[in-house]
Design a protein around this ligand. Structure first.
Ligand SMILES: C[S@@+](CC[C@H](N)C(=O)[O-])C[C@H]1O[C@@H](n2cnc3c(N)ncnc32)[C@H](O)[C@@H]1O
Length: 364
């Protein structure tokens, strides 16, 4: 299979697994020590916590590791980007074959420009960004198997997401025949939706071309019948009232506030009356001021500048203004299955996922 034609060398895998060990220490005992120290301050705002904690060796190490383990994954002698560079031509050639098979299932659009918040930021510290260097698609492929920032098993999260969507449809009594998964990257979330809703016509869209090429190859190799399209979710080329469900898995924390509004309005436009919209992302943070302080630190140290504004955005209001009703919010992820908002900070440092959903009314 072309998607598995490349194997990361043994030495690089050893190095990456060493980093994974550091990351596990970071997300458990180091994080717990930092939380304990921050709690003892009894400070009421994140600036006060930050200025005091800057003097703490535990926090200095925590912040350093948060930023540097991410960089070490990519750069240096055994960094994945360094390793992939050695096979650049072969790997790009594989992606180039994607538009020669099942051509009706991959819709690329050279006119689809990268917005600045994608093209101008090395999100997750990926060197030269996901959209500007096609080679980084392979980096994402590795990233999703290996040392993920989110921690845990990345497939557990997409499967959890797809199950949530199935339940939303059941609760709303909506027969879902067409779905759009916005910000689909390699099509992982899109493929999970198709597996859970086999009779639906499932589309994934992303602004970046190269990951869509990989996702298309992967879907075709595995006989998963989805359509991947190069589209900006702020200005989709789909007609009005095309889909029964529009959903997104980890798109919104990458969007600046004006794009958040545009994407929600586009979802409303392309949904059929009675159709369902879902946002699955880090929409809220647990653990009060300390939780927010750590979330802000993550946003800065992981090059995700819009992750902090998102938790202060009134998504329910924006959805109401766009015509959605029956808006529901729940906090739910494999790491926090209870569906309630914890008042206490999480025991270990995992991303805290939540779901906003609504039904579009239009003229029914
Ligand atoms: C964190 S990834 C999503 C992961 C993916 N849904 C999964 O489950 O594996 C965010 C993706 O959103 C894409 N993206 C960001 N802004 C976008 C926009 N305006 N329209 C479409 N895609 C966008 C990025 O290119 C990136 O691939």
């Amino acid at each position: 299979m072309l998607t598995e034609a490349y194997e990361v060398p043994f030495e690089a895998r050893v190095y990456q697994s060493y980093l994974s060990g550091i990351k596990n220490h970071w997300r458990t005992s180091l994080y717990q020590q930092v939380v304990k120290e921050a709690q003892s301050l009894q400070a009421e705002d994140i600036e006060k916590i930050e200025s005091s904690m800057l003097l703490s060796p535990s926090y200095q190490l925590y912040a350093w590791q948060e930023r540097m383990t991410q960089q070490f994954k990519y750069i240096g002698r055994w960094g994945i980007k360094t390793i992939l560079e050695q096979s650049r031509k072969e790997l790009i050639d594989i992606l180039q074959t994607a538009d020669q098979i099942a051509t009706d299932r991959l819709k690329l659009n050279p006119e689809c420009a990268l917005p600045d918040y994608v093209g101008g930021i090395d999100v997750h510290q990926v060197p030269s960004g996901l959209g500007r260097d096609a080679l980084n698609t392979w980096l994402m492929v590795w990233y999703q198997k290996g040392l993920t920032f989110a921690g845990g098993n990345p497939n557990a999260l997409v499967e959890w997401y797809a199950d949530l969507l199935v339940n939303l449809a059941k609760d709303a009594n909506c027969e879902v025949k067409t779905v759009l998964d916005m910000g689909c990257t390699l099509g992982r979330s899109t493929m999970s939706i198709k597996k859970k809703m086999p009779s639906a016509n499932v589309f994934g869209c992303d602004v970046c071309e190269a990951p869509l090429r990989y996702g298309h190859l992967l879907a075709q190799e595995n006989g998963v019948d989805i359509t991947l399209c190069q589209e900006n979710a702020e200005k989709l080329t789909f007609g009005d009232e095309t889909f029964d469900m529009v959903a997104s898995h980890w798109l919104f924390h990458e969007l600046p506030p004006d794009a958040v509004v545009n994407v929600i309005h586009e979802a409303a436009r392309v949904l059929k009356p009675g159709g369902i919209f879902a946002i699955y992302d880090m929409c809220k943070v647990p653990g009060g001021t300390i939780g927010e302080w750590l979330h802000k630190g993550m946003a800065i140290r992981n090059n995700e500048p819009y992750a902090l504004p998102l938790v202060h955005t009134d998504l329910a209001k924006i959805m109401t203004d766009a015509g959605f009703s029956n808006i529901q919010f729940k906090t739910t992820s494999p790491d926090w299955p209870q569906e309630t908002e914890p008042t206490e900070i999480m025991k270990n440092r995992y991303m805290f996922m939540s779901l906003y959903s609504g039904v579009i009314q239009k003229n029914i």
